[in-house]
Design a protein around this ligand. Structure first.
Ligand code: APR
Length: 170
């Protein structure tokens, strides 16, 4: 079975060691996948997140998964798309890499990502998808303890973009 997979689904339902949350820099919840994860995890997640006092774009923080089937939630604020000349690509890659670093540091073997920054933050998914998968693929090559990373796409358009990108990074 491939170590990097792209599926369509709801990340809050996945029983993996860690799911990644496309957060904002306050780490106090929001809409999109952030809202879905906080709703599914329950109020304990917000209490745990409050302790961090926020998180810079591209960095990552880890908490328990509370009522989620996942053991951990890794929170990372991706970049807001501002046209592509504000270091967005580097910050997006940082979000993926720093989340994976935290997952490995906490003994995770299976990790699920949403499509970071391509919703409210308006990062074009056709640009984000190959960058995200390339970053994950490179990390997997250097970290054999990671057994499986799943990109969980919520809608059809995102799923198509990541399936297409997967062919270019295999
Ligand atoms: N499972 C998987 N993916 C999901 C789910 C879900 N349950 N719900 C939404 N998504 C997808 C969206 O369809 C999109 O493809 O997550 C991707 C990221 O979109 P957003 O959640 O809008 O995240 P982002 O673009 O990174 O913007 C972050 O939005 O929710 C707020 O608090 C968050 O301010 C932050 C901003």
């Amino acid at each position: 079975m491939a170590r990097l997979e792209v599926i369509q689904g709801d990340i809050t339902k996945l029983k993996v060691d860690a799911i990644v949350n496309a957060a904002n820099t306050t780490l106090r919840g929001g809409g999109g996948v952030d809202g879905a994860i906080h709703r599914a995890a329950g109020p304990g997640l917000d209490v745990a997140c409050a302790k961090f006092g926020g998180c810079p774009t591209g960095a990552a923080r880890i908490t328990s998964g509370f009522n989620l089937p996942a053991t951990f939630v890794i929170h990372t604020p991706g970049p807001v798309w501002q046209g592509g000349n504000q270091n967005e690509a580097t910050l997006l890659a940082d979000s993926y890499r720093n989340s994976l670093e935290l997952a490995v540091a906490n003994g995770c073997r299976t990790v699920a990502f949403p499509s970071i920054s391509t919703g409210v933050y308006a990062y074009p998914v056709e640009e984000a998808a190959p960058l995200a998968l390339q970053t994950i693929k490179y990390f997997l090559g250097n970290h054999s303890q990671l057994e499986r990373v799943v990109m969980v796409c919520f809608d059809e358009r995102t799923y198509t973009a990541y399936q297409r990108a997967l062919k270019t990074v295999q």
